[in-house]
Design a protein around this ligand. Structure first.
Ligand code: GLU
Length: 344
C-alpha cells in the first residue's frame, strides 16, 4: 500500500464553524430551516440515466408513503448534473411513470442542473474558508490504493497541504476535496444499521468538484437537503455509505440534517441487483402486457410484504391501509437482514 506523506497542516483542521457564506447562501439555508420547521418534507431524486426499474419505482413508492403518512410534502428532484450519463427522454419517462403509478409530487419539479449557481457559490465559500484543497492524483494512482475487500477506497490525503493552485498541470485540472476533521460522522438512520462512520478511516476527504469540472453528487445533494428543508430521505441501501460524505458537507454548512431511511434493493431471481444499464425492465413491459397501476402498486408493495401477493390497490388505497410504525418495522426488518451483506 502506498503511504501518504506525513499529515500536514494543522491549519486545515479548524473548529467546526460555518464558513464565510455570502448573504444569498445564508438566506437559502435559513429558508431551508424555515421550510423544515413547517412540517415533514421528503424527496425522491432519480438520475435521468434511463427508465426507472422496479427497484427504483419501489423506492419512489416507499419514499412517497413515508412522507405522506406523516402528512408531509413530497418533492421530486432530478439529479442531472452528470450530463454525459443523462439519456434523452429519460426525464419525461420518469415523470410519466410516477404519474401513472399515482405518485404525485408537490411544487415545481427541481432539476439540479438549474441550481448550479447555488452549488458553485457553496464551493467558493468553502474554498475561501480554506476547507478545500486541490487534488492532482490520477485515477490510476487512486485505483492502486488498496482497500479492504470490496469497500470503496478511502482517499489517504496525498495532496493535503498542496498550495491551492487552480489551473491545469500536465494537461489536467485538479479535483477539489473537502478536508475532513478527524472524528465520527453520524446520522439518524431509521431502517438500516446505525448511521456512523469514522471520517478518516471510512470516509476520507470528499471530492466536491471533479477533475472533469463537474460538481459532485455529494455537494449538490447535501446543499439540496439543507436548502429545500428535507426532513426525511428515503433511498436505496446502496447509498448508506454515501451519507457519511454528505453529512460532512452538511456539518460544514451548519444546517439541520434530515433523517435517513435506507431501503432494501430489489433483487432478481438470481439474487442480482437490478440495474438501469442492463435495462432490467421497468414499467414498459408491464404496461404492454396490460397491467393496471393498481396491479403494479400491489406488486411493489407485496415485494416488501406490505400486502399479500396478488393485491391490487391504488397508491392512495395503500396509503390508507398502512401506518408509519408498521411500515418502519417491516422495512427495518428487511433492511437489517441486508445491512451486513454487500449492499452497504
Ligand atoms: N440520484 C441518485 C440515484 O438515482 C439518488 C440520490 C439520492 O437519493 O440521494 O441513484
Amino acid at each position: 500500500m502506498i503511504q501518504p506523506p506525513g499529515r500536514p497542516e494543522a491549519a486545515l483542521f479548524h473548529a467546526v464553524s460555518p464558513p464565510v457564506l455570502s448573504e444569498g447562501l445564508r438566506q437559502q439555508l435559513a429558508l431551508g430551516e424555515q421550510r423544515r420547521r413547517q412540517g415533514p418534507r421528503g424527496r425522491y431524486a432519480p438520475s435521468p440515466t434511463g427508465p426507472l426499474h422496479l427497484g427504483n419505482l419501489r423506492t419512489a413508492l416507499l419514499s412517497w408513503l413515508v412522507t405522506r403518512l406523516q402528512g408531509g410534502e413530497w418533492l421530486l428532484r432530478i439529479d442531472d448534473l452528470d450530463t454525459p450519463r443523462n439519456r434523452p427522454g429519460a426525464e419525461e419517462r420518469i415523470l410519466a411513470d410516477l404519474a401513472w403509478l399515482g405518485l404525485a409530487w408537490d411544487g415545481p419539479l427541481i432539476r439540479q442542473s438549474e441550481r448550479r449557481g447555488l452549488y458553485a457559490g457553496v464551493l467558493s465559500s468553502l474554498r475561501r474558508a480554506g476547507d478545500l484543497y486541490p487534488c492532482r492524483c490520477s485515477r490510476r494512482l487512486l485505483a492502486d490504493i488498496s482497500a479492504p475487500h470490496g469497500a470503496a477506497p478511502v482517499y489517504p490525503g496525498f495532496c493535503r497541504g498542496l498550495a491551492p493552485r487552480w489551473g491545469p498541470e500536465q494537461g489536467r485540472l485538479p479535483s477539489w476535496r473537502l478536508a475532513l476533521e478527524p472524528g465520527t460522522l453520524g446520522w439518524t438512520e431509521r431502517l438500516a444499521r446505525p448511521g456512523v462512520l469514522d471520517a478518516s478511516r471510512e470516509v476520507g476527504d470528499v471530492v466536491l468538484r471533479r477533475a472533469d469540472g463537474f460538481l459532485a453528487y455529494h455537494l449538490a445533494t447535501a446543499v439540496d437537503e439543507l436548502t429545500l428543508g428535507i426532513t426525511d430521505v428515503v433511498r436505496g441501501l446502496d447509498l448508506w455509505a454515501a451519507t457519511g460524505p454528505q453529512m460532512a458537507v452538511m456539518r460544514r454548512l451548519g444546517g439541520t440534517a434530515p433523517q435517513f431511511w435506507h431501503v432494501p434493493l430489489w433483487r432478481d431471481g438470481t439474487g442480482q441487483r437490478l440495474s438501469k444499464r442492463e435495462g432490467s425492465g421497468g414499467l414498459a413491459p408491464l404496461r404492454q402486457a396490460g397491467r393496471t397501476p393498481a396491479e403494479v402498486v400491489g406488486l411493489l408493495a407485496a415485494s416488501v410484504e406490505l400486502v399479500p401477493e396478488g393485491s391490487c390497490l391504488s397508491a392512495l388505497e395503500l396509503l390508507q391501509e398502512t401506518d408509519l410504525d408498521s411500515l418502519r418495522g417491516q422495512l427495518a426488518r428487511l433492511a437489517q437482514q441486508r445491512s451486513d451483506a454487500a449492499e452497504i
